[in-house]
Design a protein around this ligand. Structure first.
Ligand code: NAD
Ligand code: ZN
Length: 352
C-alpha cells in the first residue's frame, strides 16, 4: 500500500493499494468517530462495489446507509443534490457522521459538495473508482454541482477526511473511461515531469497503475499545497482544459472530458510550437503518446463555435484568459492572453 500525505486546510492521507476496499471500515474508523456512514454511489457502481463497501463499514461498527444517484454528469444537478441532502436529514445524520463517495468524479464532486454544506459541514471520504477520480478529482478539495448555464457553477473548496483508492476497482472501468483518465495522467507528465512522461511512453498505465496514481496524486498534492484556492499555480492543472472545455461544450458533452482534454492539449501544444514556445519535437512527442493511448488530437468543430464556447467559460478572467502553454515536456508556463487573441491560438492549434 502507498500512503500519500496531503497538507491543505485539513491534512489527510491518500491510501492507494489493491484490496483496500475491504479495509474501508477500519480506515474510516481511524479518521472518524461517526455512528452512521452513508455510502453514496452511482447506479452503475453501487451494484459492483456497494456491498463490499457496506460490509466493511458494518464490520467496523458503523450504522450503514446508502444513497444511489443517477449515472453520469446529470447526477451533479441541484435536484439530485437536494434529494441527497433531504435523505441525510430524514435519516437524522449529524455533523459527526460521515459520507462515503464511492465512484468517479461525478459522485465525488456531488458528495463533497453535499458534505460541505449539510449542517455546515460533515466529514466525507473519497473512494475513487475511475482513473480520472483517482489521479485528479478525489484530491485537492474542489467540490461542485452544475447549473443549466454551466458546469461546476456552484461549489466550494472542502477537503475529505481520507482518500482510499483501490486500483482493483479500475478493472471494471469501460475502456473508453480508462482512456479518458489516461489523458489526465499524460497531462501531469507534460506539465511537470518529463521522466514520468517517458515512463508512460515505455509502459502502459494499466501495467503500473498504483505507481502512476501515486505520482499523479503527489504532483497534484504539491501544486494544491502551494495554491489550495486556485489563484495561481493550481491553474497549471488546467493544461488542455481551456480549449478542451470549448470542445466539450460544442459537442453538448458527447465528447468525453478526457478526450476533450487530449484535444485541448494537442491544440495548445501545436500553437506553442507554431509560436516557437516549444519545439516541433515536443509537439510530436505529445501527439504520439496521445495516439498511442487511443486519444483524439483534433476537432472538427469550427473555430467560430469553439470561440463562442470559450467566451462563456467561467475561467475567463476579465479581458484575459490564462493559457497553460508547454515549453517542453515537463515544463509549462501560465500565459495571460487577451481574449481577442484566442482565435489565433486556436487556429494555430488546428481549429478550422
Ligand atoms: N473536483 C475536481 O477537482 C475535479 C477534477 C476533475 C474532474 N472533476 C469532475 O469529475 C467528473 C468526471 O469524473 P469521471 O470521469 O470519473 O466520470 P464519472 O464519475 O461519470 O464516471 C465515469 C463512468 O464510469 C462509471 N464507473 C465509475 N467507476 C466504475 C468502475 N469502477 N467500474 C465500472 N464503471 C465505473 C460511472 O458510472 C460513469 O458511467 C466531472 O463532473 C468533472 O467535472 C472534478
Ligand atoms: Zn480534467
Amino acid at each position: 500500500m502507498t500512503v500519500v500525505p496531503v497538507r491543505a486546510s485539513r491534512s489527510y492521507e491518500v491510501l492507494i493499494g489493491e484490496g483496500l476496499l475491504d479495509e474501508l471500515g477500519t480506515r474510516v474508523r481511524a479518521v472518524s468517530r461517526a455512528r452512521t456512514a452513508v455510502v453514496i454511489a452511482g447506479e452503475n457502481v453501487f451494484p459492483l462495489y456497494g456491498e463490499r463497501a457496506e460490509a466493511s463499514l458494518e464490520a467496523a461498527g458503523f450504522r450503514v446507509l446508502h444513497h444511489v444517484v443517477p449515472t453520469g454528469e446529470q447526477a451533479k444537478s441541484l435536484a439530485v443534490y437536494g434529494e441527497l441532502l433531504h435523505d441525510l436529514s430524514e435519516n437524522r445524520l449529524t455533523r459527526s457522521d460521515v459520507l462515503i463517495a464511492l465512484g468517479g468524479g461525478v459522485t465525488g464532486d456531488l458528495t463533497g459538495f453535499a458534505a460541505a454544506t449539510y449542517q455546515r459541514g460533515i466529514g466525507f471520504v473519497q473512494v475513487p473508482t475511475t482513473l480520472l477520480a483517482a489521479v485528479d478529482s478525489s484530491v485537492g478539495g474542489k467540490t461542485a454541482v452544475n447549473l443549466d448555464t454551466g458546469k461546476n457553477q456552484v461549489g466550494c473548496f472542502y477537503q475529505p477526511l481520507l482518500v482510499l483508492c483501490d486500483p482493483e476497482t479500475l478493472k471494471t472501468l469501460p475502456e473508453e473511461e480508462y482512456r479518458c483518465g489516461s489523458a489526465e495522467v499524460i497531462k501531469y507528465g507534460v506539465l511537470g515531469n518529463a521522466a514520468f512522461f517517458e515512463q508512460l511512453r515505455q509502459k502502459p498505465i494499466s501495467e503500473q497503475v498504483e505507481q502512476v496514481i501515486r505520482t499523479c496524486v503527489e504532483m497534484k498534492r504539491d501544486v494544491v499545497a502551494e495554491d489550495e484556492f486556485d489563484r495561481g499555480r493550481r491553474q497549471l492543472l488546467n493544461l488542455g482544459h481551456s480549449f478542451g472545455h470549448a470542445v466539450e461544450a460544442c459537442s453538448g458533452f458527447t465528447v468525453l472530458h478526457g478526450q476533450a482534454v487530449a484535444i485541448g492539449m494537442a491544440m495548445i501544444t501545436r500553437a506553442a510550437a507554431a509560436k516557437g514556445i516549444c519545439s516541433a519535437e515536443t509537439c510530436d512527442a505529445l501527439l504520439d503518446i496521445l495516439r498511442a493511448y487511443g486519444l483524439p488530437t483534433q476537432t472538427d468543430y469550427p473555430l467560430e463555435a469553439l470561440l463562442r464556447a470559450v467566451y462563456t467559460d467561467k475561467k475567463l478572467d476579465g479581458e484575459t484568459m490564462h493559457l497553460i502553454v508547454p515549453e517542453a515536456i515537463g515544463r509549462c508556463r501560465i500565459m495571460p492572453v487577451p481574449i481577442g487573441e484566442i482565435g489565433e491560438w486556436m487556429k494555430l492549434g488546428g481549429a478550422r
